[in-house]
Design a protein around this ligand. Structure first.
Ligand SMILES: [Fe+2]
Ligand SMILES: [Fe+2]
Length: 217
């Protein structure tokens, strides 16, 4: 019998904390961020469906994962609509490299690799949630409809982080998962510190802002 939930690690895990200055520095980049958002939602949907084929079968968790995939596609469609309203063409765009860099730190052995990929998916959802929350506040005056859109997506991203953590219970015990989560969060913090500031959801910080690490209460 698989436990469907593991304790949320927030109380004990130090995470990179993005300052509000990052979102304030994005005020002139709304269209580029939205274009990236469309690509990110599409990738998130594809990632969820891919996990449905790779993870051990479990009715409850697979149902939740299927719902997550559908939800990401709805986010994709909503982003396309917003782009259209703003007169922005849906076009190719170079990726920030953030997710690709994170995925390079996944271990090789089959089961460990899956655990790492789930943890990386959870970290990406967490970071997206954090940054969208900041954007919702920072864009309120320059693009209120975009600010409202980001605010509206936030609860889903938080749920998605939770589900990816829960899915690790199909593969490994909670202590091992938690230890690896801490390691991968440190990798992520390093990636964010080394990345340049850009019009991307997972970019580095504006010049002169080093960010901080802290455990969320
Ligand atoms: Fe999404
Ligand atoms: Fe998501």
């Amino acid at each position: 019998m698989v436990a469907e939930s593991i304790p949320h690690p927030d109380a004990e895990v130090a995470r990179f904390v993005t300052p509000s200055a990052w979102a304030e520095a994005q005020r002139g980049n709304v269209d580029e961020l939205l274009l990236e958002q469309a690509h990110l939602e599409k990738k998130a949907a594809a990632g969820a469906v891919a996990f449905l084929f790779r993870l051990p079968l479990h009715r409850g968790l697979h149902r939740r994962l299927s719902a997550l995939g559908r939800e990401e596609l709805v986010h994709f469609e909503r982003t396309l609509k917003l782009l259209e309203q703003r007169g922005v063409a849906f076009a190719r765009q170079p990726s920030s490299g953030y997710a690709e860099r994170l995925k390079r730190s996944a271990r090789r052995e089959h089961r460990e690799r899956l655990v790492d990929e789930l943890l990386i998916a959870a970290i990406i959802e967490f970071r997206s949630h954090e940054r969208m929350t900041l954007l919702a506040a920072a864009l309120d005056e320059v693009a209120p409809e975009v600010a409202a859109f980001y605010a509206d997506l936030c609860p889903a991203e938080e749920r998605h982080e939770r589900l990816y953590l829960d899915l690790t219970t199909l593969l490994a015990d909670a202590d091992a998962v938690r230890a690896r989560h801490v390691e991968l969060l440190a990798v992520e913090a390093q990636i964010l510190r080394e990345s340049p500031f850009a019009a991307r959801l997972h970019s580095g910080l504006p010049r002169g802002d080093a960010g901080s690490s802290a455990a969320r209460a």
